[in-house]
Design a protein around this ligand. Structure first.
Ligand code: PLP
Length: 373
């Protein structure tokens, strides 16, 4: 697979590890249905269960807790459409797959640094409304801001509510012990860590929070998700976890690279979203004051640099970021922000290329002032 000269859009999707390609193609060569009793079926079943063990071990839960899904979107939908509660609270910066599946939810605002407003969460939890589920992501897909899960969980637990954590962006990048300790339900996706697209998982850590299945008509996945398993995708998900673990301390190196990049770009007038908050070390949302994001994207694309504008919109259009607006950015400032996300295969030269392209564009357009926020 040929990459663009500088691929800096890992939060949209990551390049697939070669080990994943090998595992997927081996799995597709297995004929059996995992539900069949014969030897071919047992071989397919073994692939699924082996991957379940690996993904569960990476998260730090029991394999029995994991349900494979078609991705993070489906796992989020299952929680928001099927959790055994009467009321949902979601943060203002959740992914669209949470927001769109919970139009009736009460929305908890975030502070200017992108972290959930704990006072508002406490107030909302204190209101009566029946059994409640709170859905708050671990690390944000646009800004990388990491939520204070210990504080959130203390409030959620003392109110007797459930906590769902969308860990799609942090899985494989941050230690997961905190997520497993505090969450009742966790969402994962394979393609953000170099696995195949179209596969993910829902971890059901507390049986009392178990959501209804979205699909019925088969006993697969312990009757939690009907339908013949995507054995290629599932095997690839397991292989991605193993490949990432084998790469050791890559996130530390990446964070240094990201920080150096930000320091240089700030000197060229960039404004970094959530700069003051703890953030995922691979992510930067950067505004170039006065320059529309779509103009930046085109200029960078011409230089062979792949980045995105806020959340990659499935329609391919650039839309205003609800995340930045929730953090108090004006719609105009938010429309001037792009997202740069590094990953397991990022080379320093790719970042250098982007920094040079940014400096070039900023200089051409006469950007010097920091004025976006
Ligand atoms: N949640 C977050 C935070 C994401 O960033 C994404 C993907 O962009 C999803 C959920 C959806 O995951 P998938 O692409 O596997 O459906």
């Amino acid at each position: 697979m040929r990459k663009p000269i500088a691929y800096l859009d890992y939060n949209a999707t990551a390049p697939v590890h070669s080990e994943v390609i090998t595992a997927v193609s081996a799995a597709l060569g297995v004929t059996g249905n995992p539900s069949s009793i014969h030897a071919s079926g047992r071989k397919a079943r073994a692939l699924v269960e082996q991957a379940r063990e690996t993904v569960a071990q990476t998260l730090g839960c029991s394999p029995r807790d994991l349900v494979f899904t078609s991705g993070g979107t489906e796992a989020n939908a299952q929680v928001l459409l099927g959790a055994p509660v009467e009321r949902f609270l979601i943060s203002a910066i959740e992914h669209d797959s949470v927001r769109a599946n919970a139009p009736q939810a009460q929305v908890i605002p975030v502070q200017r640094d992108g972290r959930v407003d704990l006072g508002s969460l406490e107030q909302q939890l204190a209101l009566t409304g029946g059994a409640t589920l709170v859905s708050i992501m671990h690390a944000n897909n646009e800004t990388g801001v990491i939520q204070p899960l210990a504080d959130i969980s203390a409030l959620v637990r003392s109110a007797g509510a459930f906590l769902h954590v969308d860990a799609v962006q942090s899985f494989g990048k941050l230690p997961m012990a905190e997520v497993v300790a505090y969450a009742d339900l966790v969402t994962l996706s394979a393609h953000k860590i170099g696995g195949p697209k179209g596969v993910g998982a829902l971890a059901i850590l507390n049986p009392k929070a178990e959501p209804r299945p979205l699909s019925r008509g088969g006993g697969q996945e312990m009757a939690r998700r009907a339908g013949t398993e995507n054995i290629g995708g599932i095997a690839g998900f397991g292989a991605a976890c193993t490949a990432l673990a084998a790469r050791g301390g890559w996130m530390g190196t990446l964070e240094l690279l990201r920080n150096q990049m930000e320091t240089k770009l700030i000197a060229h007038g960039a404004v970094v979203a959530g700069y003051e908050a703890p953030r995922l070390g691979n992510t930067s949302t950067l505004a170039m004051p006065g320059v529309d994001a779509s103009r930046q994207l085109m200029a960078f694309d011409l230089e062979g640099v792949a980045v995105s504008a806020g959340a990659a919109c499935s329609s391919g259009k650039v839309k205003s970021s609800h995340v930045l607006e929730a953090m108090g950015w004006t719609p105009l400032a938010a429309s001037q922000a792009i997202r740069v996300s590094l990953g397991w295969d990022t080379q320093p030269e790719e970042v250098d290329r982007f920094v040079a392209a940014w400096a070039n564009l900023a200089q051409r357009l006469g950007i010097r002032q920091v004025a976006a926020e």
